[in-house]
Design a protein around this ligand. Structure first.
Ligand SMILES: [Zn+2]
Length: 293
C-alpha cells in the first residue's frame, strides 16, 4: 500500500481522503501482529471496524503547539504575525471578527516537504495522503538528551528500541521524543537561543537525528516520515543538515516542533499529520494528532 521513492514522481492524490484506503488502514491496524508493545492496547480481533468504532476505543492526543505570537521560529525566519482586520458589531447588527496572518513555512509545529533539502522531490502538496495518516513509532531518547543537549539519535538507539518493541512498522511515522518539547515556548531552554538573525545560528543547541541513523532508516527500514520535538531533524550545531538531505532524497518527509510526545506509547498509535495544502510548498504549518488505544 505504501510506495517508496523509486525515482519516479508520483502523482499528487486527489483532495478527498480515499475511504477504502482509510478503512483498509484501520483494519490493518487491528491485526493482532501489529500490536507489539506492552504499552499498547489489548490486541483487537482481525475484524474490520468502522472509523467511528475505532474512535470510540481510542483517545485523541494533540501533538501541535498552537500557532500564535509566541510561536518559536528559526532565528533567520520572520515571526508569525496576526492583524485584526475587523472585530465588533457591524452597522447591520451582527457581530463579525476577522484577522490576517503571515509567517514562514518552517515555524512552529510544521512539516518539512522533501524538496526543502533535495531538488526535484515532493512538495507539500505532492506528499500522498497515505503517508500523512500512518502508524506511529515513538523512540524516547530524553535520558540521553538530559546528559547532552546536542545529542544525536543513533542507529543503536533505534535498534535498542526494536529489541524492546519490535521492528519499526513499515510505513510508520517515526517520532523521536527528546524531551525538549516540555520547554516550549521558552526559546532559550528549547533551542539554546532566543536571538534572531545569522549571528544567533551559532548558539543553537538541541538534539537531532544522526546522519548514520537517517541512512539506516532509508536503507534498512520503510518509514514515511521522521518527526521530533525540536526545531530541526539535524541537531543544533549542524551546518550542512545532512540528516535532512538523506531522508529527503528518499522522499521521507519531516515533522518538527512536535508537541506532547510524552503522551504517546512506543507503539500502537495512529498519527494524522495534515499540513496546510500549499501548492509548491517546501513545508508548512501542520496539525498533528494521534489516536491512542
Ligand atoms: Zn522545517
Amino acid at each position: 500500500m505504501r510506495k517508496k521513492w523509486r525515482g519516479n514522481r508520483f502523482e499528487a492524490l486527489g483532495r478527498t481522503l480515499p475511504v477504502l484506503l482509510l478503512a483498509g488502514f484501520l483494519s490493518a491496524g487491528c491485526e493482532p501482529g501489529m500490536d507489539t508493545g506492552p504499552a499498547g492496547a489489548p490486541s483487537e480481533t482481525g475484524t474490520q471496524v468502522s472509523l467511528l468504532e475505532f474512535l470510540e476505543t481510542h483517545q485523541m492526543v494533540e501533538l501541535t503547539h498552537p500557532l500564535g505570537e509566541e510561536t518559536i521560529v528559526w532565528p533567520t525566519s520572520r515571526p508569525f504575525e496576526f492583524e485584526t482586520t475587523f472585530e465588533g458589531w457591524t452597522e447591520e447588527g451582527y457581530y463579525y471578527a476577522s484577522r490576517d496572518f503571515s509567517g514562514p513555512e518552517h515555524g512552529g509545529t510544521h512539516l518539512d516537504a522533501p524538496i526543502h533539502f533535495y531538488e526535484d522531490r515532493w512538495t507539500t502538496d505532492q506528499i500522498p495522503l497515505d503517508h500523512l495518516v500512518a502508524p506511529g513509532a515513538v523512540v524516547d531518547v530524553s535520558e540521553s538528551v538530559a546528559e547532552d543537549p546536542n545529542y544525536r539519535v543513533s542507529v543503536n538507539d533505534l535498534m535498542d528500541w526494536e529489541d524492546a518493541h519490535g521492528r519499526i512498522p513499515s510505513g510508520a511515522i517515526l517520532m523521536l521524543h527528546t524531551g525538549k518539547g516540555a520547554h516550549w515556548p521558552d526559546a532559550v531552554a528549547y533551542m539554546g537561543t532566543a536571538g534572531t538573525g545569522e549571528e544567533a545560528l551559532a548558539h543553537l543547541q538541541f538534539p537531532g537525528l544522526h546522519p548514520d541513523a537517517a541512512r539506516w532508516l532509508v536503507e534498512d527500514r520503510d518509514v514515511v516520515a521522521v518527526g521530533l520535538d525540536t526545531p530541526s531533524l539535524d541537531y543544533g550545531p549542524s551546518t550542512n543538515f545532512e540528516a535532512h538531505q538523506i531522508l529527503f532524497e528518499a522522499n521521507i518527509y519531516g515533522l518538527e516542533n512536535v508537541a506532547n510526545l510524552h503522551e504517546l506509547p512506543p507503539t500502537g498509535s495512529t498519527i494524522l499529520a495534515l499540513p496546510i495544502l500549499l501548492e509548491g510548498g517546501t513545508g508548512g504549518p501542520v496539525r498533528i494528532i494521534a489516536l491512542v488505544p
